[in-house]
Design a protein around this ligand. Structure first.
Ligand code: DC
Length: 230
């Protein structure tokens, strides 16, 4: 069973996806794995920064992405055996990850990793193209949205950026434009996906709405929760 969630940054996707992976019960009794595909792009970006590879050098970036050992262990992304989760949200990674994720063959590397990790498991996967490209046949597909102002406020409140709220808003808009105009895997609402605006909702409310919708869809489809969406 695959729950796929897409949407722009700052819509609560990651937290809610994690909550769902912890809280959902699959009828096959197996636990859910949580996969944040954005963190895989961020880990490759971190590796490039460390190795002095400019994101403009697409050949070298691809070579690096293919050689890097990327995995998810206990819901946390590991790069060459190192848990790097806490290093992935710096302003430098933020700035470089969007151009890096625009490199089509790098997207294929990440898509393969996500599919490999999710294979045969129950998974909650999130990103920009999980519902459109990576798991277009997933039984449960969601698109989370929120206004730019609210997303900037949320990021500012996290206090992980040295930027002002206005600068954060500008950088979010720049990233949105890049994410919506990618040659492949661009951010868009998949046909048939459930759309939810989270601007005025708490994380708990978003979680409850998604759970509710999953229950309804299960009843409608008579799902036994074992479909894997591959
Ligand atoms: O979700 P995030 O903000 O951590 O994602 C980081 C970047 O990676 C963002 O610019 C969008 C991009 N991304 C992508 O292109 N495709 C995905 N499936 C996930 C993220």
């Amino acid at each position: 069973m695959v729950v796929a969630i897409d949407g722009p940054a700052g819509t609560g996707k990651s937290t809610v996806a994690k909550m769902l992976a912890d809280g959902l019960e699959a009828r096959d009794g197996k636990p859910f794995t949580y996969i944040n595909s954005g963190n895989l792009y961020r880990a490759i970006t971190l590796g490039c920064i460390r190795g002095g590879i400019p994101v403009s050098d697409t050949e070298k970036v691809l070579e690096y992405a293919k050689s890097a050992a990327l995995d998810y262990i206990n819901g946390r992304v590991c790069l060459d055996g190192e848990a790097v989760e806490d290093l992935l949200h710096s302003d430098e990674v933020d700035k470089l990850v969007s151009p890096l994720s625009s490199i089509v063959p790098v997207r294929h590397v990440v898509n393969d990793i996500v599919r490999r990790i999710a294979a045969g498991l129950n998974a909650v996967v999130e990103g920009r193209d999980m519902t459109t490209v990576v798991f277009p046949a997933a039984e449960f597909r969601f698109y989370l949205d929120a206004s730019v102002g609210e997303r900037a406020r949320r990021r500012f409140e996290q206090k992980v950026s040295v930027l002002s709220r206005e600068e954060i808003e500008a950088s979010i808009m720049e990233r949105d434009t890049m994410d919506r105009n990618k040659e492949e895997g661009s951010l868009r609402i998949a046909e048939g996906a459930v759309y939810l605006d989270t601007s005025y909702l708490t994380l708990r409310q978003v979680y409850d709405k998604l759970r509710e919708r999953i229950q309804e869809l299960r009843m409608e489809h008579g799902s036994n929760g074992s479909g894997n969406g591959h």
